[in-house]
Design a protein around this ligand. Structure first.
Ligand SMILES: NC(=O)c1ccc[n+]([C@@H]2O[C@H](COP(=O)([O-])OP(=O)(O)OC[C@H]3O[C@@H](n4cnc5c(N)ncnc54)[C@H](O)[C@@H]3O)[C@@H](O)[C@H]2O)c1
Ligand SMILES: CC(C)=CCC/C(C)=C/C=C/C(C)=C/C=C/C(C)=C/C=C/C=C(C)/C=C/C=C(C)/C=C/C=C(\C)CCC=C(C)C
Length: 597
């Protein structure tokens, strides 16, 4: 196969890339084969293989997979142990964990850099986080610092800046609550707002700590792998039973056992909404326990240089382990042979084969686009009955003059001005992150970054002619900024020096997520986490990872899903212990439990 045929994909040009407003290559950042200092030859392979020039090795390594298939047929075409579709944090954690266990992994990413929703883009001297800047799991202690652990597994460490306040809530009836890093400071502040509910507050958050402490005592691996699971039950029976007890419960029910004040219950709704996009009655108690305590135990920590550095470091670590990432590789099909997933096809026609296929695309994309919808396995039908796509977001990335922010402004804010009923409505509540409060290197001197986002359904933006679409973006962004100007920063509009607005269509396009969705949310009141599928699927050899798998949305949640997925896949390809009889029993039991949700 001629090497020349890949030259155009190795050196993408601005014109050919086809990306517009959220393209990190925009504004002359594409220099040779570097994006912002990171090498991005179309295919990265291990620097450790010596003898052949780097780029040539890249090409050979991919070509050989195809060549082997062409010459020798199905038996030898499985070059890789696993192919991972997508390089979101879920996909990268699964890939790196497998690579350190000795697997040969190929990650195929549609975009030009890794990270997906946890990626970054640069403009005019600003480095913007694409998604959330609130990082759980990034501390140096406990068992739940999954981001720190994922990086360490591939020999990477990032400097982080501790955030003194997870979020500053600005809520109806002038309720203002700062979630301080110190638990006692937070709880005292909350009790000072609701002194008559002191006992209830202590009991509710006390139950959250019970869950957190149980989670934090376990070695986290795949809950679909019986040897590990029974081992944990044997070593930590009380902790496992605690978790099993809370597995089918929701935070709102437990809050209602202890609290009566409607404003306080609405506050608990807001606490849950920022991590689950639904109210407390629909938020699994295990997830609430995890996030409402980790922010005080390990704290929220921001990586120096921006959230995008996490994915970049994982991708580099993966390559160090001898595995590979191919960018601009849009997977269009999962190839099924005799009922088993054996490979994938990408949009330029190339096919890659592996023992296992792991999809970091959402379950809706995996089973609606990459596989034909008529092949929907029963488990996926059930998933789609219990969960719907959460709405997407309208995001505004801005650069502002620094003097507009009062001294001691917190990094993260959540604003819902007058009416609790608007919490879950589109455009009802506003999330605001100002990461330059923690890391000033993200913006030019004398400037701050404001990243504003609010829920917004794709339907609001569909079918508009370009002029109307642009006008609507400006109009809605102006309203949202006006609300922040009124509530937090008088004069905000006149301090703006840079502004870029992304809609649900932008999310759909650049993050390749069906309807630009933020992730799954329960259709009705769920039974806690019981209905959430793990990583195996109804198709042999095919696994899912990311936020449409247990335990759901959130960067730390998808990191856990990556750890679980890698463990299950490693057992299936012989890199970890496995018992086929116990497997069949546990997977059957879990499948049955899900039908109860
Ligand atoms: N505004 C925010 O704060 C925000 C927004 C969205 C998501 N997030 C967080 O990120 C989490 C999602 O992480 P994740 O790992 O599940 O997924 P992800 O969406 O971050 O990453 C998936 C990756 O797969 C790639 N991909 C999808 N389909 C592909 C295909 N067919 N071929 C090749 N590549 C493909 C995408 O380009 C993307 O890089 C969310 O739960 C949420 O917590 C935050
Ligand atoms: C199986 C059976 C039957 C039994 C068993 C029992 C057991 C053992 C169990 C166990 C379990 C476990 C281990 C579990 C685990 C879990 C976990 C880890 C979880 C986690 C979670 C997490 C989460 C959810 C997170 C989330 C987060 C988020 C979403 C975030 C977001 C953020 C944002 C949006 C930002 C905001 C902003 C502003 C405010 C500005």
């Amino acid at each position: 196969m001629s090497l020349g045929c890949y030259q155009t994909t190795l050196f993408p040009t601005k014109g050919k890339s086809g990306f517009s407003s959220w393209n990190p290559l925009k504004n002359s950042q594409l220099k040779g084969n570097k994006i912002s200092g990171v090498e991005f030859s179309n295919l990265h392979v291990s620097q450790r293989r010596k003898g052949i020039p780097m780029r040539l090795k890249s090409l050979l390594s991919v070509d050989s997979a195809v060549e082997i298939e062409g010459k020798e047929g199905v038996n030898t075409r499985s070059k890789y142990d696993a192919i991972v579709i997508g390089s979101g944090i879920g996909g990268l954690v699964a890939a790196t964990q497998l690579a350190v266990k000795g697997a040969k992994v190929l990650v195929l990413e549609k975009y030009v850099i890794p990270g997906g929703s946890s990626g970054y883009y640069q403009r005019d001297g600003y480095t913007f986080d694409v998604g959330s800047s609130v990082m759980f799991g990034f501390s140096d202690k406990g068992n739940l610092n999954l981001i720190t652990q994922a990086l360490a597994a591939v020999g990477r460490e990032m400097e982080v800046i501790p955030d003194p306040t997870t979020v500053h809530f600005h809520l109806p009836n002038n309720l203002s609550v700062q979630v301080h890093r110190e638990y006692s400071e937070f709880i005292n502040e909350l009790i000072s707002k609701f002194p008559h509910e002191k006992e209830g507050i202590l009991k509710f958050y006390g139950e959250c700590w019970k869950i957190f402490n149980a989670l934090n005592s376990l070695q986290l691996k795949s809950l679909e792998e019986p040897i590990y699971l029974f081992g944990q039950f044997f070593q930590k029976p009380l902790e496992c039973l605690t978790l099993a007890y809370y597995l089918p419960q929701n935070a709102g029910d437990i809050a209602r056992k202890y609290m009566k004040d409607p404003d306080l219950l609405s506050f608990i709704d807001a606490e849950c909404f920022i991590v689950s996009t639904v109210n407390a009655l629909r938020t699994p108690m295990i997830n609430a326990g995890m996030v409402l305590c980790d922010r005080h135990f390990g704290g929220i920590n921001y990586p120096v240089g921006g959230v995008g550095g996490i994915a970049k470091s994982l991708a580099e670590g993966l390559i160090d382990q001898g595995s590979e990432i191919l960018y601009k590789a849009n997977v269009t099909n999962i190839i099924i042979d005799q009922g088993k997933a054996v490979g994938v096809k990408i949009s330029d026609g190339r096919e890659f084969f592996a023992q296992t296929i792991i999809s970091n695309a959402t379950r809706w994309d995996t089973f609606g686009k990459l596989l034909k919808a008529e092949n929907l396995p029963k488990e996926e039908e059930n998933f789609q009955k219990v969960y719907v796509k959460a709405p997407s977001f309208l995001s505004i990335h801005m650069g502002v003059k620094a003097d507009i922010l009062p001294p001691d402004t917190d990094c993260h804010h959540f604003v819902l001005e007058d009416d609790w009923a608007r919490l879950e409505e589109p455009y009802g509540s506003i999330f605001l992150s100002i990461p330059t409060i923690l890391d000033s290197s993200l913006a030019p001197k004398g400037r701050h970054i404001l990243h504003i986002f609010t829920t917004s359904p794709l339907e609001d933006w569909a079918g508009l002619p370009p002029k109307d679409y642009e006008a609507k973006k400006e109009l809605i962004a102006d309203e949202i900024i006006g609300r922040l100007e009124k509530k937090l920063f008088p004069g905000l509009k006149s301090s703006i020096v840079f502004k870029e607005v992304g809609t649900p269509k932008t999310h759909r396009r650049y993050l390749a997520r069906d309807m630009g969705t933020y992730g799954p949310m329960p259709r009705q009141i769920p039974k806690g986490l019981l209905g959430m599928p793990f990583n195996t699927t109804g198709i042999s050899g095919l696994y899912c990872v990311g936020d449409s798998c247990f335990p759901g949305q959130g960067v730390i949640a998808v990191a856990f899903s990556g750890v679980m997925c890698a463990h299950r896949v490693a057992a299936d390809i012989g890199l970890e212990k496995k018992s086929p009889i116990l497997d069949a029993a546990l997977l059957g039991l879990l499948g049955w439990l899900r039908t109860l949700a």
